[in-house]
Each structure stands twice: as structure tokens, then as C-alpha cells.
Design a protein around this ligand. Sequence first.
Ligand code: NAD
Length: 507
Amino acid sequence: MVQRFDVSERFAAGAQYVAGKPASGTSGRSHPVVDPATGERVLTFGLAGAADVDAAVGAARAAFPEWAGATPAERSEAMHRWAVRLGELSEEFVYAESLQCGKPLKLSREFDIPGSFDNVAFFAGAARGLTGVAAGEYSGGHTSYVRREPLGVIGSIAPWNYPLQMAAWKVLPAVAAGNTIVLKPSELTPLTSLMFAAAAQEAGIPDGVINIVTGAGKDAGEALVGHPDVAMTSFTGSTAVGRRVAEIATTASRAAKRLHLELGGKAPFLVFDDADVAAAAHGAVAGALINTGQDCTAATRAYVQRPLYEAFVTAVADLMSGVRVGDPFAEGTDLGPLISHAQRDRVAAFVERARAYATVVTGGQAPGGELAKGAYYLPTLVTGAPQGSEIVQQEIFGPVLVVLPFDTDDEGIALANDTPYGLAASAWSRDVFRTGRASRELQAGCVWLNDHIPIISEMPHGGYKASGHGKDMSAYSFEEYTQIKHVMSETTGAVRKDWHRTVFGDR
Ligand code: NAD
């Protein structure tokens, strides 16, 4: 059971949140929020256009001086109150996230929502501890110290797969460091971002510090990235759109804007021949199917050393067939639908094309019966695909795992590194020298040893290679959302400083 509420009534004022108030988008175009488990519309809202982006940036700009001038303790206290308010609303967030994404209740309740709220608590504390090197007389005649300053208005763009978590990862380090923000959630999933901003306002975070514009990428998204009053663009989404965003951010009115890109992934899952095969098979199935495979760090390519290969494939197929696909709001459901019918069809097309060159061991189809109207797709295991094939190389973003064998450790590591992406990877072995080598040589921003997926607020998340650059979560994210100023204060008051000799000689 979950506490349901009337979505169209709650968001009757619109799917924008500007200067502390909900508003309707003025682009003249509307968009639905659809329950992917049923295909039914739950809300139709007016999309934001360039004028709405401009208003939101204006509100963020107006709020900046006061928020940036607040003490770290004041910002921290406001964020702690926000965390408390969110805790009171927890079940409403669970409902909204499960409804707009089709997430099983247990995923929303045990992962998305508490993880996001823990992020708020973490950044409420971290707001008081921005670090730098100690002040000192490094030159001998000056005191040097570092100021870590906010940038101004941040423009952030988030995807639909973990709407609240992605909003939290963008908003929290930005506002903890004294910036104000305009966030554009995916137009498919605006509900929890709007609730997040409203809860901040209820907790006393000033109007205009957090603004939400829900519009289409090409329209509101590009307007936000290119806006001259936006100091930095922080983007999470696909690599293809990330490239477009980078192009605008570096060529629009304010050239070379600060840019933070969290992009796609194609995580390898490397199983050495001394691994616990049952543990590895459980890890692979959970790591591939979490969030119906719509996870940028999901296990997508399992490379298994030859002696364990057959046992691993059998165990994975067996475990996949036991996963209960169904209604996200039924307590027993393990796997919900994909985000949309379009995404389901995209995943199905990858698998259909793979039949020409690989073996679909289990799954490979949408379920029938009651589930046929939703965007469901069965857990799918593929073997025998060539390393260069699209199912091994491209991000599918669905419940599909490819398993391939390898012989030597060198080969396994080389295959794992052989895609353009570098977001996450895991290695499975009971030998510390093998796991140690994997942790050094796997080219990814996160490497798990004998597990795959967990994340924590205290530790950074971000990519290598085509998976982007910059870090979300942890104190490392302050590197993105602050600019560092070196202040050098001369200590002697002398008219002629030592270094003036280079200009005046000995005169
Ligand atoms: P997407 O790239 O299609 O869209 C992401 C966001 O960008 C959406 O809000 C969309 O409206 C907006 N957008 C689209 N075109 C735009 C444009 N031209 N200019 C500005 N904004 C634009 O991605 P998606 O389908 O929403 O999400 C799935 C992708 O996100 C996957 O590739 C996944 O790996 C990635 N992702 C990465 C991380 C990470 O931490 N690296 C986390 C979650 C998701």
C-alpha cells in the first residue's frame, strides 16, 4: 500500500516552479505525464518555453546575492529543515516516483526516495565544510589564502530514469555552495522535482533559490544552456545530447561556460575463474535489472572466464526466469515497465536485430495478458554476440544482459575497457591481486569489487571517457559548483618589493 493523491489536482497550477510558486508553461504546447504501467495519462501540463526559462533565470539571479551571502550555517540549517520536511512527505514521493516511472514500490521506497533524502542530509552538513589548502606565507612576503565562491545561477538538465535522485544530485551541491539554480527535469517525469522544490520553499529556503522549468530539450533545454545569465551548465543524460549541450555551452553568448557532464554508460561485469559463481550470478541479474535496466551504471556486459562460463549462464537464466514482472504498485513486483512504449520498442528492436548474430537465451519479448498494455519487457539474456556488435557496444537502457566468455586476465580487462564509455565497472574474484589489478586498470569512474550498483552520498559518482566528466555527490561535487580564488596579500608594505628588480633593475 502507498499513500496515493490526485496528481491532476496537486499540479493543477502547472509543472513549472518559479520564484517560490507553481506556474504553467507558456510555450503554447502541452505534454502528458503517462503511467507507463498502463499507458494512461495522469497529467497534461503546459511546456516551458524560452520566456519561462528567462523568468526562472531572472528569479534565480534575484535570489543569488542573499543566498550567496548567507553564512554556511544558515544555508545548512535551511537544508536540514528541508530534509525533515521531505521525511514527512516520504510516502507521497514514493507514490509519485512509482507512478511517473513505473518503478516497483520497493525500489522507490528503499532506493530512490531514501537515497535522495540522505543526499539532502549529507549536503546540509557538507555546506559547512568546504575545504582548501591552509592559508600561509608561501612566497615569504605575502599571505596566500583561498576563497571558494559560488558561480551564480546554475542551469541543470536531468533525465527520466531516477528523476528525484538526478534532481538532488544537481540541486544539492549547487545550493549548498551558495549558488541558485534552474533545473529542467525530463518532460516525461517532472512530478518529484516539483515536489522537491516546493518542500524546500516550505522549509524556508528563499524563493528563487530553486526553480524548475519543465520543457522539451530542444526548446527549454537549449534556452537554459545558452542563457547569458547562466554561469554553468550541469547536464545528466545521454552522450549524444551531452555533446549538443557542450556545443551550445561553449559557443552561446557566454563563451566557455563551466560544464559538468554525466553521460551514458555500458558497464562491464568481469568474472574471474576463482569467483563465487552464485554470488556473481545474483550480482549480474540484480545489477542488470535494477530500474528495469534503465540505470547508467547497470551491468550490461558480463565477461566470464571460460571455466565458469556455462555455470554462470545457466544460473543467470534461472534467476532471470524467477523475477516477477508486474504492476509497480503490487507489493510482490520485482520489475516494472520501461519508462515508455517508445523506450520498450527501442529495447525490443536491439534484441530483434541481435537474433541475426547472437543467441537470445531467455526473455526477448514483451509479456502478454494483463501486462500487454504497459511498456513491459521481460528480463533478457543474450550470448554469443561479437564484441564489436551494437548490443555489446551501445547503451540499450533496458533489462538486457549480454554474457561473453574470455580466457586470460589480460583479455578480460581489455574487453571490459573496449567501449567508448567509462562510467562504472565491476570485477568478481576472491584473489586480492586480481581485484587490485582490476581496480587500477578498469577505465571507469566507479569500480565495484564483488558487487555492482551501490552508491553512497559521501562518495563521488561520475564518468571517464564518453561517460562525461565531473562528479556528482560527495564533497568532490563542490569542485564543479564553486570557483576558487587565490588571494595574495602583501605583508611588508614596502614601496619596492623584491621582485620589482625584474623591472627596475638595481636602481
Ligand atoms: P536524454 O539525453 O535524451 O535527455 C536528458 C535530458 O536532456 C532531458 O531532460 C531532455 O529533455 C534534455 N534534452 C534533450 N535534448 C536536449 C537538447 N538538445 N538540449 C538540452 N537538453 C536536451 O537522456 P534520457 O533518455 O532522459 O536519459 C537516459 C540517459 O541518461 C542515458 O544515456 C543514461 O546513461 C544517462 N544517465 C546518466 C547518468 C550519469 O550519472 N552518468 C545518470 C542517469 C542517466
